[in-house]
Design a protein around this ligand. Structure first.
Ligand code: IMP
Length: 195
């Protein structure tokens, strides 16, 4: 059986690395860079699902090939689900991961409810049809950041079932808990069953 090929509609190299490490050789994941596509895909919507759909639709319109995208948000209970869909630009457009973390810890200061979840929505376009998959990882926001691995909010998020932040874990250990891993695992199963 031929290995399915999918273009991954993202410019985030960390996401490509994580997803490649999950799917191994079961899917040929082609990043935008590898496909020679230079594009800044907009995320204009108010839901993860719509943004994911926008990104895969743009790449599908451009290439006519099977492709997928994902949109992820950190949803913090005490902040009514924020930063959520605005996770990348919580502190403002073009701000760094560190500036986003600083603002989040600031907004949570003095709050005892530290519950949060990462949520990933994948939009897959396979044979011109769109399918969605979702992965959730529940956990807690720390008081101070620690760990050097990963990206984004990893230094301040401890997944349920662990006692250390994502940024203190190897990629394999993060994958054993992660939202992104749960969503992509569903996509892998879907492709296995459909072929
Ligand atoms: P987007 O899906 O590219 O819009 O990602 C939104 C933002 O969420 C990113 O810029 C990161 O700050 C954050 N983010 C997404 N996935 C993760 C993750 O696995 N760990 C930590 N932060 C993440």
């Amino acid at each position: 059986m031929q290995i399915p090929k999918l273009i991954f509609a993202t410019n985030n190299f960390n996401k490509v690395k994580e997803i490649k490490s999950v799917v191994g050789s079961s899917i040929d994941i082609v990043s935008l860079a590898d496909a020679g596509i230079e594009i800044d895909i907009p995320e204009p919507h108010i839901t993860l699902k719509e943004n994911a759909s926008e990104k895969s639709s743009v790449i599908h319109a451009l290439t006519k090939e099977n492709c997928f995208s994902e949109d992820t948000g950190l949803e913090v209970e005490a902040l009514n689900g924020e930063p959520g869909v605005k996770s990348a630009r919580y502190a403002g457009d073009g701000r760094s991961f560190q500036e986003n973390i600083n603002l989040l810890l600031n907004n949570l200061s003095g709050k005892t409810n530290r519950s949060a979840q990462f949520r990933t929505v994948i939009s897959l376009i396979w044979n011109n049809q769109e399918y969605f998959f979702e992965g959730i990882c529940k956990g807690q926001i720390t008081d101070i950041q620690y760990g050097e691995e990963g990206f984004g909010y990893d230094p301040i998020f401890i997944p349920a079932g662990s006692n250390k932040t994502f940024a203190s874990m190897s990629m394999e250990e993060k994958n054993s808990f992660s939202h992104r891993k749960k969503a992509i695992a569903q996509l892998v199963t879907f492709l296995k069953n459909i072929q």
